[in-house]
Design a protein around this ligand. Sequence first.
Ligand code: FAD
Length: 139
Amino acid sequence: MLIRLVYASRSQNQSAQDLPAILEWSRRANSELEVTGVLCYLDGVYMQYLEGEESAVDALFKRIHADSRHQGVALLERRAISRRVFPEWSMALLDWNDNTRAIFRSFSPEARLDLYAVDPSTAAPMLRALVRAPGWTLI
Ligand code: FAD
């Protein structure tokens, strides 16, 4: 069974310094696990969308949860899906610009640019909308 899982967490050191190593590892490991998805980082907060076979995603999330590079891991969504939204991406990092910040604000009634404060019910649709927006840099 395919599932998607979305969580938010706080970077341990409140900076993006761990991102290169996390992405390098993830792209290789996720290809082997056939897990795809996207990672957002904004102001010390991570939000990640993972999709793949249930056993692979759950095992990966267990490892991610235990990673000391972040804390306060909050599961926002875990549900069955019929197909992948990001079949090509072993892990894409989403960059921020005026356009994508505006999309984020449109999903956040309080217009706060705080990934950690995103309502669980809007997390997955918001990420899909963000990824479809033109002008993104997929690093
Ligand atoms: P481990 O032995 O725990 O780690 C393997 C390697 O990861 C180490 O050699 C080291 O280079 C690095 N590492 C692990 N923990 C630390 C640390 N605290 N400080 C510095 N380096 C460290 N992994 C994926 O495979 N796919 C993902 O999509 C993914 N997304 C992540 C998102 C976030 C926000 C974070 C914080 C981590 C993510 N990781 C991801 C990494 C994941 O947490 C595990 O480190 C990884 O899955 C390897 O786990 P392991 O138990 O097999 O090996």
